[in-house]
Design a protein around this ligand. Structure first.
Ligand code: FES
Length: 166
């Protein structure tokens, strides 16, 4: 369980307020504040919407409208560990579709999502920058190259049993 993703209450609000108020760029906006929170927590909790609204002296509705416009924001905590599966051109040629199918089957997912038990977030990538080792997956950004459907499914299974601590 990540400390950042599951905490609630005043401690969480303090961290959010610090992230928002520590922005270095000359123009601070609702969007930049939301990005600062996403960088910190990897999702936008309800508390962040309220804090961004207060900091920006605007309404919660206004912050929601900005947040919901951008598809990169997520509003639920990510899983304990992220498993990226590359389906970019090099990986595709080396069998990424079968790797992806095996991982999806293992995790019980059919799209980018977090497993029901909250342990693993599956994401698709268009290139993980390790094409020479295609097909590639990454566990919390650590590359595993030349995977097979079987080895990728084993990786996925191992993450559900003993996800790495952050
Ligand atoms: S296309 Fe998969 S790592 Fe580049």
């Amino acid at each position: 369980m990540t400390t950042a993703s599951r905490e609630t209450g005043e401690k969480l609000r303090e961290r959010i307020r610090h992230a928002i108020s520590s922005q270095q760029q000359p123009t601070v906006t609702v969007l930049s504040s939301l990005l600062a929170v996403q960088d910190l927590l990897h999702y936008i909790p309800d508390e962040a919407v309220e804090e961004v609204a207060a900091f920006s002296k605007t309404s919660i509705n206004e912050v929601w409208s900005v947040a919901s416009f951008y598809t990169n924001f997520r509003f639920t905590p990510p899983g304990n560990v992220t498993l990226d599966v590359c389906w970019g051109p090099s990986c595709h040629l080396m069998g990424a579709q079968n790797v992806l199918k095996a991982v999806q089957d293992e995790l019980g997912l059919n799209e980018e999502a977090t497993t029901e038990d909250g342990t693993v977030t599956l994401r698709y990538s268009t290139c993980l920058g390790a094409c020479a080792n295609a097909p590639v997956v990454a566990v919390d950004h650590h590359m595993r190259g030349r995977v097979t459907p079987v080895s990728a499914a084993q990786i996925a299974a191992s993450l559900r049993k003993a996800p790495p601590s952050h």
